[in-house]
Design a binder for this molecule. Structure first.
Ligand code: FES
Ligand code: FE2
Length: 355
């Protein structure tokens, strides 16, 4: 899987920005310093002074500018060096790279593509703690694995009943289902301009144990998930009264039949070839918000289950040169997403780059 440069990558939660207003980060192997200027705006520069390559993240903010605190070179927010102590003028060639940066959905996003093509409208519709309709609790974890293994995991939810049998639980093929006859799951996938959409329904299926108290033992399940470049999953999970889907002809039933709704958003940010940050927020719709803390707890357990197996999978893959993974039917959505990536990369060349 290639990484696409012409995309907004989640660099951090907004709350990760320290009191100094300076945050070093790493995206697609590039060291970046994000800082908040005195105007309140965020800026992002290459985190490497042009002089002796000291990190600018050790520097200090002066107005909307950033001064390297090794020998004092000062840069403006577009990366141009504007002052060298002891010199009258600055050669224009002394500059560092700058990156478009935006705050949205309680998070900080960096555009890694060509400057002129940065468009804030392309920031994925993530949801953080500032959304009025959802009780979201954010988290993050680092993987010692290539981002593509995590994207493939999010594009293939057939792992849920197995890997997450002790967290999300249930599921039609789960070993925890015992001998129960498997309910039939229907799935439609659609290609989007910048990703893929999946609409899944399953009628009269067991409710995951942690939702049974609120929703009862059985429900009609409706899951809508978008996976958008560069690696953002937006998933709405809903439970309806049993029989709702049969009455609605398989379409999403009306809200008055709704028992429960939750949302999960996840952003996969490649740092290096073997380091990836996984940002997530998971929570119930506020009308069903009683269990927000419990969601955060179960989500953290489940995401740790993914991390443990993917880190181990990466080790096995690295120790198995020349052995290729096998592709099965459950990998078809990842293949569809790969075609979207290729289409977007071909319109953005020469910016696309393998990571
Ligand atoms: S390394 Fe930055 S001023 Fe010398
Ligand atoms: Fe998972």
């Amino acid at each position: 899987m290639e990484s696409l440069r012409a995309a907004w990558y989640m660099a951090a939660w907004r709350s990760d920005l320290p009191a100094t207003g300076i945050l070093p980060t790493l995206v697609l192997n590039e060291r970046i310093v994000i800082y908040r200027g005195s105007s309140g705006k965020l800026f992002a520069l290459e985190d490497r002074c042009a002089h002796k390559l000291a990190p600018l993240s050790f520097g200090q903010v002066e107005g909307d500018q950033l001064r390297c605190m090794y020998h004092g070179l000062k840069y403006n927010s577009s990366g141009q060096c504007i002052h060298i102590p002891g010199r009258e003028s600055v050669p224009p060639a002394i500059r560092v790279k700058s990156y478009p940066v935006e705050e949205a959905h309680s998070a900080i996003w960096i555009w890694m593509g060509e400057l002129a093509r940065a468009d804030a409208a392309l920031i994925p519709p993530f949801q953080g703690t500032d959304h009025p309709d959802w009780a979201m609790i954010p988290g993050r974890m680092d993987y010692e694995a290539n981002f593509s293994l995590i994207n493939e995991n999010l594009l293939d939810l057939s792992h849920v009943p197995f890997l997450h049998r002790n967290s999300f639980g249930g599921g039609r093929e789960s070993p925890t289902m015992g001998g129960r006859e498997a309910p039939v799951e229907k799935q439609e996938t659609t290609e989007l301009e910048r990703g893929v959409r999946t609409f899944r329904t399953v009628e009269n299926a067991p409710v995951p144990p942690f939702l049974r108290e609120q929703s009862g033992p059985l429900a009609d399940h409706v899951t809508t998930s978008d996976f958008l470049v560069p690696g953002v999953l937006l998933l709405t999970g809903e439970l309806f009264k049993p029989g709702s889907l049969a009455r609605s002809g398989g379409h999403r039933p009306d809200d008055d039949l709704l028992l429960h709704r939750n949302f999960s958003c996840q952003a996969v940010t490649p740092r290096t070839d073997r380091l990836t940050t996984y940002f997530y927020a998971f929570g119930p719709w506020r009308r069903h918000a009683a269990g927000a803390e419990m969601f955060a707890k179960i989500g953290a357990v489940a995401f740790e289950e993914d991390r443990a197996i993917i880190n181990a999978q990466q080790k096995v893959m690295d120790a198995s040169p020349g052995i290729k993974p096998m592709l099965l039917h459950m990998d078809s959505l990842a293949a569809k997403y790969n075609r979207v990536l290729q289409r977007l990369a071909s319109t953005a060349r020469p910016e696309s780059a393998a990571t």
